[in-house]
Design a binder for this molecule. Structure first.
Ligand SMILES: O=C[C@H](O)COP(=O)(O)O
Length: 313
């Protein structure tokens, strides 16, 4: 299984980063136009997006029954008749993502499907808890069976440019994850500048994150294309500097099939084909699958299915 072993903290590798925000925004704005995806091609990209979704429920009123329904959707994300028409079998989402107390229910519901369970941890979404409690939460989620842990960082460490504190806490989190893979949520909407996003990305990767992730879905601003562009370039730079491979997870506010296509175009353009697989690319989303299924249905049948047919996710 791919892991990023991380490195020692190396602030030299990002000390000189300067970002021209208007230029990044201009470049990000061209992403939707970079590839014209028509018909069969578009359906293939939408199916691939499903393979990469971390199908998520992170709500205060989550229940085991809701998690079980979500897992059923993860196992069979699209109407089998539509898949048959497309000649596709065995399609599942990339993972299911839940709160720690829901991990056991998700594991039960997913059975031997091979779909990983991701758990948020470390005082999600704000992370403002003593470190030993945050580490204990990771260990609890791992003990419950979580295959992947989505941690949140202490935003204050970034805002105060305390890279040592940020590195040390994430290194300890990586250690607590054991053999479960770690995704580091930077909560980019809280980080004030693209330079901070770039620097926090480097520290997260040096600390051994297997994916870096934009947002919790709970910030005022969640995944955007400019922020994602900066994070993808940090992944590229880190690979060039260390030879280690890190995945990317945009999350929060991704709701439409068009979003799913745009983020895949970004991966293809900035990091290449390898980053279009679930090992290196996840889309964190609680309500994206419905629109993707709607578009696939339209592709197959020539008409849009009514909304109730895609009631979940
Ligand atoms: O980690 C995933 C996010 O919580 C999903 O955010 P969303 O509910 O806006 O799709």
């Amino acid at each position: 299984m791919r892991r990023n072993p991380g490195t020692d903290l190396n602030t030299d590798s990002f000390a000189d980063i300067r970002i021209n925000t208007p230029a990044v925004e201009r470049r990000a704005a061209t992403i939707p136009a970079r590839r014209s995806l028509k018909k069969d091609h578009q359906a293939a990209w939408l199916l691939n997006a499903i393979r990469c979704i971390d199908l998520t429920t992170l709500a205060g009123d989550d229940t085991e029954a809701r998690v079980a329904r979500l897992c059923a959707k993860a196992r069979q994300p699209v109407d089998p008749e539509l898949l048959e028409a497309l000649g596709v079998t065995g399609l599942t989402t990339g993972a299911v993502c839940v709160y720690p107390t829901m991990v056991a229910a998700a594991k039960r519901a997913l059975g031997n499907s091979g779909i990983p369970v991701a758990s948020v941890a470390t005082g999600f979404p704000a992370g403002l808890m003593p470190l030993d409690l945050r580490l204990a939460e990771i260990r609890y989620a791992v003990d419950q069976g979580a295959d992947e842990i989505d941690i949140v960082i202490t935003r204050a460490h970034v805002l105060q440019a305390d890279w040592t504190a940020l590195y040390d806490e994430m290194r300890a989190m990586r250690e607590a994850c054991g053999t479960s893979r770690m995704k580091a949520i930077l909560a980019t909407g809280d980080l004030k500048s693209l330079e901070n996003v770039a620097k926090a990305s480097h520290v997260a990767m040096q600390a051994g994150s297997d994916w870096i992730k934009t947002s919790t879905g709970k910030e005022g601003v969640n995944a955007t294309l400019p922020v994602s562009l900066i994070m993808c370039r940090a992944i590229r730079d880190y690979r060039d500097q260390t030879g280690h491979i890190v995945g990317f997870k945009p999350a929060g506010g991704l709701r439409t099939a068009k979003d799913a296509l745009n983020w895949q175009i970004l991966m293809r353009e900035e990091l290449g084909r390898d980053w279009l697989s679930p090992d290196l690319f996840r889309i964190g989303a609680s309500s994206l699958l419905g629109d993707i299924e709607r578009q696939i249905s339209h592709h197959v049948t020539g008409r849009y299915a009514s909304a109730h047919r895609q009631a979940i996710a």
